[in-house]
Design a protein around this ligand. Structure first.
Ligand code: 6PG
Length: 240
């Protein structure tokens, strides 16, 4: 499916549009399947979106939250993507505790925790061995280097195609991340990208020639819908 690309005037417009789209997709999932499963991203861009979603009147008991990637830190650590989402959103709404599915990062062994998360997904989604979960919404960010989730350029996690969860590597620091096939299995992948620092990566990801091993966001070509919501600062290379 061709990506849907929208370039918004500024970060405020970007967050407003991403809120509209998230609410629309959540309501569509609940209407069609009685549930909405969402995997969240971390970093700085999504915080205002999480704060805006928290102010919405949504069927929280039907919404299940996962993480597309997580730093290998405790959940109370300032770098934790779980902490980000709980502080900005989940602690502010009546979502049942059992609907929140954090990434395990407490065994001291990233590979073991990646396997634990994989098993939790298999159980929740009732997966037969070797099959990938189908998330309703994967919210993705993109780094200046073109990484997404914790799929960093020229790392081993980019090669994992038989599992949903792998150990990512950011400059030697372990991360737990959804893999490319797991992200691509989603019904809707929504990239939220802001800031001029992303311009080069956007240009490369949307080019025909760039190597996805160098710009991993280029690997994200889902079966379902692919949305890129950009502010003008990030999306300038796409404007003719
Ligand atoms: C993370 C994210 C990561 C993030 C990008 C963009 O754990 O940091 O999941 O993939 O989305 O690095 O981060 P910013 O939104 O801070 O630019």
């Amino acid at each position: 499916m061709q990506p849907k690309v929208e370039i918004l005037a500024d970060q405020t417009a970007l967050i407003q549009r991403s809120l509209e789209l998230m609410v629309e997709k959540i309501q569509q999932s609940v209407r069609e399947r009685g549930i909405c499963t969402i995997a969240l991203s971390g970093g700085s861009t999504p915080r205002p979106l999480y704060e805006a979603i928290a102010a919405q009147n949504l069927p929280w008991e039907k919404i299940h939250v996962f993480w597309g990637d997580e730093r290998y830190v405790p959940s109370h650590h300032p770098d934790s993507n779980e902490k980000l989402a709980r502080d900005a959103w989940l602690n502010r709404v009546a979502i049942p505790a059992e609907n929140i599915h954090p990434t395990p990062t407490d065994s001291g062994n990233p590979q073991q925790d990646a396997q634990r998360y994989e098993q939790q997904l298999q159980q929740f989604f009732q997966l037969s061995p070797g099959t990938m979960p189908v998330l309703d919404i994967m919210l993705q960010g993109m780094g200046d280097d073109g990484h997404t989730a914790s799929l960093f350029p020229h790392t081993e996690a980019l090669q994992v195609c038989d599992r949903a969860i792998a150990v990512g590597n950011k400059d030697g620091s372990p991360r737990i991340t959804f893999t490319i096939p797991a992200i691509n299995n989603a019904r809707c992948v929504l990239f939220l990208v802001a800031g001029s620092g992303k311009q080069n990566a956007i240009e490369q990801v949307f080019s025909q020639t760039a190597d996805p091993q160098t710009y991993p966001a280029k690997f994200i070509q889902p079966q379902g819908e692919l949305w890129w919501l950009l502010d003008v600062a990030a999306g300038a290379p796409l404007q003719s």
